[in-house]
Design a protein around this ligand. Sequence first.
Ligand SMILES: Cc1cc2nc3c(=O)[nH]c(=O)nc-3n(C[C@H](O)[C@H](O)[C@H](O)COP(=O)(O)OP(=O)(O)OC[C@H]3O[C@@H](n4cnc5c(N)ncnc54)[C@H](O)[C@@H]3O)c2cc1C
Length: 463
Amino acid sequence: MTAQQVPGIETLCAPDAMAPYLVDWRGQQRGRGRMVVLPRSVEEVVRVVKWCGERGIPIVPQGGNTSLVGGSVPDASGQAVLLSLRKLDAIVKVDPQSNLVVAQAGAILQDIQQAAAQANRLFPLSLAAEGSCTIGGNLSTNAGGTAVLQYGNARELCLGLEVVLPDGTVLSDLAGLRKDNTGINLRHLFIGAEGTLGIITAAALRLYALPRAKVTSFAAVKDPQAAIALLSLATEMVGSGLTAFELMSRSCVESVHRRFAELPAVFSPVPAYQVLVEISDQDDEAHANRRLLGLMECALERGIIDNATVATSTAQSRRFWAVRERVAEAQNPNLKHDITLPVERIARFMAQAEQQILAACPGAQIIVVGHVGDGNLHYNVEPPPGTESAALPALKTEIEQLVYALVAAHGGSISAEHGIGRQKVKALQQYKAAPMLQTMRSIKSVLDPAGLMNPGVVFESAT
Ligand SMILES: Cc1cc2nc3c(=O)[nH]c(=O)nc-3n(C[C@H](O)[C@H](O)[C@H](O)COP(=O)(O)OP(=O)(O)OC[C@H]3O[C@@H](n4cnc5c(N)ncnc54)[C@H](O)[C@@H]3O)c2cc1C
């Protein structure tokens, strides 16, 4: 141990050991740090926070490091301590009677899902990074994923938090009460704050009954408007049994089939758009299947969809889901926009955005995948082959501004579920209403007056 380390806390200082913590999942954001600390208890987190506070050292909290906006890696200054929550990974209790699970922040999402399932309960948060991301990171980014339609995002699944504030104070509220109207509910400040207000060390989370049956189908539609019509019909016919509604453009589906040969096309030729529809049911599989078939038959009769395939086995259903889940890995480097729109504006937005992008960048390919029931689109633009890499930064800026301006014009948001991180700080200044930004800054300055918590993330850097 050297004088530069926090006494008694597991610390990595060797460049090789630190390297994986200093680069983001996409390999695009590389930072530097003075050390990586791996506390094993809330008391150790408090010690690290106080040690850093006394020395004016910034802290970057990190969970599974799957952030898609560069929020979990430090900047290039080399000043920050990276505080990894990975060793704080206990699932403290699963209580099926109270439908409650309490887990430490570094618990992997998939482990929480499995612990819940062993108790015959469902923890519904589900996203493609679930084998790596942590519940602390999920809550800090207010993660969404594929089950938001029925269960809400991470915020809705949280009943309480334990948080270490920048001055070392511990706020603890892990009883999991469903009703507690005793003034301002502080947990909501930390959910979605991306580590800028404090460090989440544990959470109390809601559990649900495990659905008895889940059935999946793909529907082929000619355009986004038809997908929205299918969503509306599904809401009428299936109600809260509709658990996923994921739109994919032809370009998106083809990228998955090209990259993953074990996932053959469901429709041939691949339609302009296809929607993955999942229905959950508390009855049995036969009942769920009848509901899904009934929905698809009605949609076909009304001319809303052109074709549909209902998975006939769990294995086939998993393959359908794999097509959706492999999208992120299947794509070439492209310009990504995680946006949200009022559902009824999606089709108009997509038509206008495509027209404007192709005018600005002829030959560009637009790749859309979306949790469309939540109004959330991952709207990605791949520049035409042969685009000079020197031209990319200007093109990125032009297309991003075009997309965000259109999102704003339709009353949407420039970040649906990935957060702001380092990548969207400027855009946030541009598109978030000034009174809201000012209120966010006021809260930050009260809780973190020295600006040591994840500087440069969400808020503009002080320097
Ligand atoms: C393949 C893939 C698919 C994805 N799909 C989705 C999706 O469908 N929906 C979605 O919402 N996101 C998705 N993401 C993004 C990412 O998985 C989520 O943002 C996830 O919630 C981050 O969790 P993490 O533990 O990896 O956090 P990290 O990436 O480590 O951190 C994310 C942010 O939270 C902060 N943070 C982390 N832990 C804590 C803590 N304990 N206390 C305070 N701050 C903390 C970090 O400083 C950072 O700002 C996807 C990512 C990948 C790679």
